[in-house]
Design a protein around this ligand. Structure first.
Ligand SMILES: Cc1ncc(C[n+]2csc(CCOP(=O)(O)OP(=O)(O)O)c2C)c(N)n1
Length: 488
């Protein structure tokens, strides 16, 4: 007697650790949502094809953002729309992997359109699963590039009007005119027959990649009962009866059999650290002297630094040198630049974190140290400094003092001291020297080691060294300016 065994496909995790305390077997998807169906077809295919162990799934931003909780494969989360670029990097560095992106129509056809277009045009050896539910599901049903003419959404309450919002983008049709893609098909989840066709297409797309034939994409017309304000059965019917009229099903491109298989060489591992150093031109620092240990006082530990000034004042380089010095000193570090619209004359700031523990986010919204190299920067960021924090500002350019009474303040005439050395441009390093001496967070030796690595022009290293020393000496001779330990 035949026995039917109902179970999860092996491509899924045994339990879903999405949130502690939650049911560990159900997904977060709404009743009748197509994501669940497609997840299952992909997981089954990976299991049957014995590919799960070498698959890396790039999850999107959108309703399927939690895909990594469900698929028992390698998982990477990409920024909105960027999955094809991330997948490109993974596939090129791990050519033996099966790399798949899973993207909604907002993710793929709006913010990420150029990403998928360029990846398809380059013929990346990746597989794209494109879930077209004609709206932005996750954010509450706004119009997507694929929204149908006349369709009502939160942002087209009177229906999509081509005069105002243009026409739905037909992704398969557009991508199939490119030379590089090997296989492009549109399928649907409208009924059992369509789901079986989708099952075949999913397997074919994955096999295309496994066989070294190049870019494959499956567009899946998918119901979104919640976003469409329909019952699940009604939504499925709508896929078959309405969506397929606008988005015809079928194979748009299939040159798999004509293609010679190609496999990028796979060494089985990424490049060695030595290779990375060689390519980036990093010198071996084995000969560098060991650095003195630092013991910053409590309020100077693990500084979260915001450095701000005009473009051209070397703000970003100052941050880089500090981060590089911090790394050498044994901290976990991050450096996050923030560019103004213009390179010179505009404002620039960067965020630097030196931390004893891993850095969760490189953003510094409540700095424990603010370095202001011009007055607008002081005025803009003073209020954000954490109580007890330090404001270090260029007192030769800024003619007002910080107003806060609950922070420490260190005025340093950095531009003036730099002028005395012969070049205003090194005021950034004067400031940095004063900072490290004042806080003790990194040693001056670490800064001097970091300088030649982080500076864009090596011929200026000597002058910059002098500027660091000038800053150090200034802080040493002005301990009353803020003092190391006491808030003013
Ligand atoms: C950079 C960025 N912009 C906008 C958002 C807001 N956002 C989250 S999901 C989403 C759209 C998702 O729609 P879609 O890709 O169609 O997937 P679905 O939710 O329908 O499955 C948007 C705009 C974001 N998270 N990040």
């Amino acid at each position: 007697m035949a026995v039917e065994i109902l179970q999860k496909p092996g491509g899924f995790c045994h339990i879903y650790e999405r949130k502690p305390g939650l049911d560990k077997v159900s997904t977060h998807y709404c009743l009748g949502c197509g994501h669940g169906n497609l997840h299952k077809l992909i997981a089954e295919a990976l299991d049957d094809m014995k590919l799960a162990d070498r698959t890396i799934l790039v999850s999107p931003v959108g309703c399927s953002v939690f895909a990594y909780y469900y698929f028992d494969v390698g998982n990477i989360q990409a920024p909105h729309g960027r999955a094809p670029a991330v997948a490109t990097g993974i596939k090129r560095s791990r050519p033996g992997s099966i790399v798949m992106t899973y993207q909604g129509d907002g993710d793929l056809a709006a913010i990420g359109w150029n990403n998928v277009f360029q990846a398809a045009n380059r013929g990346e050896h990746i597989t794209v699963f494109f879930v077209n539910n004609v709206i932005y599901g996750m954010t509450g049903s706004q119009m997507a590039p694929t929204t149908l003419i006349g369709q009502k959404t939160m942002t087209t309450p009177r229906g999509r009007d081509p005069k105002n919002e243009g026409f739905p983008i037909k992704v398969c049709e557009v991508l199939s005119v490119l030379d590089a893609p090997a296989y492009i098909e549109r399928v649907s989840l409208a009924d059992t027959k369509s789901i079986n066709q989708t099952r075949r297409a999913v397997r074919k797309a994955i096999k295309c990649q496994a066989d070294g034939k190049g870019f494959s994409m499956v567009e899946v017309l998918s119901p979104c009962p919640t976003g469409w304000r329909q019952e699940p059965i009604q939504a499925k019917r709508w896929v078959g009866e309405v969506m397929t009229k606008h988005f015809p099903l079928g194979v748009f491109k299939d040159v798999i059999s004509e293609r010679e298989p190609y496999f990028f060489p796979d060494t089985g591992q990424g490049p060695s650290l030595d290779e990375v150093k060689r390519v980036l031109g990093w010198e071996d620092d084995a000969d560098e002297a060991a650095l003195p240990e630092v013991k910053p006082s409590k309020e100077n530990q693990n500084p979260h630094v915001k450095i701000a000034g005009f473009g051209g004042q070397g703000i970003l380089v100052m941050g880089l040198v500090l981060a590089e010095a911090g790394m050498r000193q044994g901290y976990h570090v991050s450096w996050l630049p923030s560019y103004g619209p213009e390179m010179r004359g505009g404002t620039a700031h960067c965020h630097v974190i030196l931390s004893d523990v891993k850095v969760g986010s490189p953003l510094v919204s409540k700095p424990t140290v603010l370095i202001a190299q011009n007055r607008p920067s002081l005025e803009r960021f003073e209020a954000n400094v954490a109580p007890g924090g330090l404001i270090l500002y260029d007192s030769s350019l800024i003619d007002v003092a910080p107003r806060r009474k609950d922070v420490r303040v260190l005025p340093v005439p950095a531009a003036k001291l730099a002028d005395e050395l012969g070049d205003t441009k090194v005021s950034n390093m004067v400031t940095l020297g004063a900072l490290v001496e004042h806080t003790g967070a990194v040693s001056r030796e670490a800064v001097l080691q970091a300088l030649p690595v982080a500076l864009p022009r090596k011929e200026f290293v000597e002058l910059n060294n002098k500027a660091v020393e000038a800053g150090v000496n200034y802080a040493l001779s002005h301990p009353q300016n803020g003092g190391r330990d006491e808030p003013l």
